[in-house]
Design a protein around this ligand. Structure first.
Ligand code: ADP
Ligand code: MG
Length: 256
């Protein structure tokens, strides 16, 4: 039976206080994600993608609406409860890696466990396991300044996954990578999704990145206006995504 990992119901986000200049970044967003899905949220710059991810990861709170992650409602939790919830349930990959420069890769990846009080030996074992999956075992002793952007982002992915979160969130995780490293990261994410059933939600404005997902939600001006499921090959899905972005719907049957 399918398990719902994320339930988003009528989320609205208004920036700015009453009486000041206000901006409605999210108008009315609702969607669900089931365990094992690989979902993309696509939209142009300013459409509300980062706002939405920050709300989903409990870094920010919505003006209205409800969020449930693995059955738990985030509304009404205190800041300390939210950060505890985040630490246990969510992994987050940022566009700019967010690694700590004065820690080794081993220490960076292990940080979410160390902060939860997991023992050093258990942390080391978990870091080794996830590093193997992401093919970064050889650089565990290096510092962030000593490796490439692509390797840094795989380390960031390992850090986001080391505590086995129920949901992996990424905000333009390939945004700072060249196309080869972007492809490597996306293939690693696809592998995690296929082999380990990791539930992934990626935000991107890039059609190539989006074509790795199995379902795309298109967002504009704070509203989801279209949803696309991948049925055929990645190349066909890429063409369908481009067509939606161009405002031209095409019949997938017509793609050879
Ligand atoms: P995206 O990630 O899709 O580029 P954002 O979620 O960053 O979009 O922004 C959506 C809209 O909300 C934009 O118009 C942006 O200017 C506005 N916005 C984002 N953050 C803030 C903030 N902290 N205060 C006021 N307006 C904001
Ligand atoms: Mg953004």
């Amino acid at each position: 039976m399918n398990k719902t990992v994320l339930e988003v119901t009528h989320i609205q986000k208004v920036y700015g206080k009453k009486g000041e200049k206000q901006h409605e970044a999210l108008k009315d967003i609702s969607f669900d994600i089931q365990e094992g899905e690989f979902v993309g949220i696509m939209g142009p710059s300013g459409s509300g993608k980062t706002t939405l991810l920050n709300i989903l990861s409990a870094l920010d709170s919505p003006t209205n609406g409800d969020i449930k992650i693995s059955g738990a409602t985030l509304n009404g939790l205190k800041e300390s409860q939210l950060s505890d919830f985040r630490a246990k349930n969510i992994g987050f990959i940022f566009q700019d890696f967010n690694l700590l420069e004065n820690l080794t890769m081993q220490q960076n990846i292990g940080l979410p466990l160390s902060l939860q009080g997991v023992s050093a030996s258990k942390t080391k074992k978990k870091v080794k396991e996830i590093a193997k999956v992401l093919d970064i075992e050889r650089i565990l002793g290096s510092y962030p300044t000593e490796v490439s952007g692509g390797q840094k982002q795989r380390v960031a992915a390992a850090r986001a996954l080391v505590h086995n979160p129920n949901l992996l969130l990424g905000d333009e995780p390939t945004g700072a990578l060249d196309s080869k490293n972007a492809k490597n990261l996306l293939e690693a994410l696809r592998g995690l999704n296929e082999d380990y059933k990791t539930t992934i939600l990626l935000v991107t404005h890039d059609a190539v990145s989006a074509s790795y997902c199995k379902r795309i939600l298109f967002i504009q001006d704070g509203l989801i206006y279209r949803e696309l499921h991948r049925r055929g090959t990645q190349q066909e899905f890429y063409q369908e995504i481009l067509a939606v972005l161009a405002g031209l719907e095409i019949d997938p049957e017509s793609l050879v």
